[in-house]
Ligand binder design. Structure first.
Ligand SMILES: *[C@@H]1O[C@H](CO)[C@@H](O)[C@H](O)[C@H]1NC(C)=O
Ligand SMILES: *[C@@H]1O[C@H](CO)[C@@H](O)[C@H](O)[C@H]1NC(C)=O
Ligand SMILES: *[C@@H]1O[C@H](CO)[C@@H](O)[C@H](O)[C@H]1NC(C)=O
Ligand SMILES: *[C@@H]1O[C@H](CO)[C@@H](O)[C@H](O)[C@H]1NC(C)=O
Length: 374
């Protein structure tokens, strides 16, 4: 028994050491499991590696700065909560603990979570549905487990923030407030991670509804995806925390299509910052979502939209994208319309992207978002 385990552990370690294999974690909306999948770039295959009980259905997951913990939103909780799972060396996931969010936002769901890459490694959770104006700032202990609520921050009545991003040095926190149709800038305390409002930028178009925000590491630009108008927009930032929206936007629907048939989903920067990937979801079962990429300059300015291509399906709730850490042209796309993850690769001429690997996980809850481990 022990002998077998030891051999398996050694084999597991050898497998992880192979550079052509890349691992990712995948959350779900309504099963108490989390999945590990492995993508092998020499053969272009995507396979299920392992399945782990998690106690909760985790609809958004994010890795800690050192990849030893995953933080997740407890999608099914009646009282919105945030969860820690530890990640072993052999990529086994263990449920650890959870923190209950702000009682002022009970009735909503915990929707999004992200972790500061820099000390004090605070974790930020936001809400959706019902009264969702809250943001919970959580400390972690020395093992990286969610430890205590540092701050129950409240935006304004009607707010619902589904996207957060840190400036390069974690001096500012940017928020995409779809409920209030605005972007926010907050000053972050370097000591306890608590936040203070600095700037609110209302979107010029009604119901544009920013869903995600991503800041470029050179700290001159941030981007947002507008769920209501199916567009990507960019803002110039100032070193004192102001935001200025630039006029040009990038469409995530085709000519003649109506934004009301879609609810734009994600944006994410590729590993070296060469591209901003974006995705859209179709609201109807027989519709198709979209995948797009926009060229980014070294300073972080968005330039040319390279392509806009249909995804395999409507995307269900997520159609999330996660660019790979090893290739700017590779992203994982998740879909819960039937439950699958796919690897998409940009063409060499940057004029399109193709689906190169598909993995069904038809368990009735998969797939929420995916995060690459390596
Ligand atoms: C979700 O909540 C319902 C009602 O409390 C419960 O019956 C179900 O088991 C829960 N599912 C998950 C995945 O937590
Ligand atoms: C972090 O908290 C967990 C749960 O409370 C505890 O088991 C662990 O020992 C703590 N780690 C440290 C380093 O304090
Ligand atoms: C981000 O900040 C780090 C540390 O301050 C700096 O070394 C790096 O150059 C910055 N990144 C960019 C793209 O400016
Ligand atoms: C996708 O997940 C959402 C959120 O839980 C759920 O409402 C929807 O029914 C799921 N889609 C399918 C086809 O199961």
């Amino acid at each position: 028994m022990h002998y077998t385990n030891a051999i398996l552990a050694v084999l597991g370690f050898v497998a992880l050491a192979e550079a052509s294999k890349h691992y990712m974690f995948i959350g779900t909306f309504s099963t108490k499991f989390l999945y590990t999948a492995v993508y092998e770039d020499t053969t272009g295959t995507l396979a299920l590696y392992s399945k782990h009980p998690t106690n909760e259905a985790l609809s958004w997951i994010t890795l800690s700065h050192d990849k030893t913990n995953l933080y997740g939103t407890d999608w099914n909780a009646t009282t919105p909560s945030f969860v820690t799972l530890s990640v072993d060396m052999d990529l086994v996931i263990h449920y650890k603990n959870k923190l209950v969010g702000d009682s002022d936002c009970t009735g909503g769901k915990s929707a999004f979570i992200t972790a500061n890459r820099l000390p004090p490694y605070t974790v930020y959770g936001t809400y959706l549905g019902g009264n969702a104006k809250c943001e919970t700032v959580m400390s972690v202990n020395d093992s990286g487990l969610l430890h205590s609520v540092v701050q129950e921050f409240e935006y304004v009545s009607g707010s619902a923030v589904q996207g957060l991003s840190f400036s390069n040095g974690s001096r500012y926190l940017y928020s995409a407030d779809g409920g209030n149709n605005a972007l926010w800038v907050h000053d972050m305390s370097q000591t306890d991670g608590s936040i203070k409002s600095l700037w609110r930028l209302p979107m010029p178009e009604e119901k544009a509804n920013p869903r995600r925000v991503v800041s470029h590491p050179a700290d001159a630009y941030i981007y947002t995806v507008l769920e209501g108008t199916s567009e990507v927009a960019q803002c110039l930032t100032s070193n004192t925390g102001e935001l200025y929206l630039l006029k040009q936007t990038y469409p995530l629907i085709g000519d003649g299509e109506k934004p009301s048939d879609f609810w734009a989903s994600e944006i994410a920067l590729s590993a070296t910052g060469k591209y901003l990937w974006a995705s859209n979801r179709a609201r109807y079962a027989d519709g198709k979502g979209y995948l797009s990429a926009i060229e980014v300059t070294a300073e972080g300015q968005l330039k040319k939209q390279l392509f806009l291509t249909n995804t395999a399906n409507n995307g269900g709730f997520p159609n999330t994208i996660a660019p790979s850490p090893f290739d700017d042209g590779i992203v994982v796309v998740t879909d819960n319309s039937t439950g699958f993850v796919q690897i998409w690769k940009m063409d060499d001429d940057e004029k399109g992207a193709q689906m190169i690997a598909h993995l069904d996980i038809p368990d009735g809850g998969c797939c929420a978002n995916a995060v690459w481990y390596d």
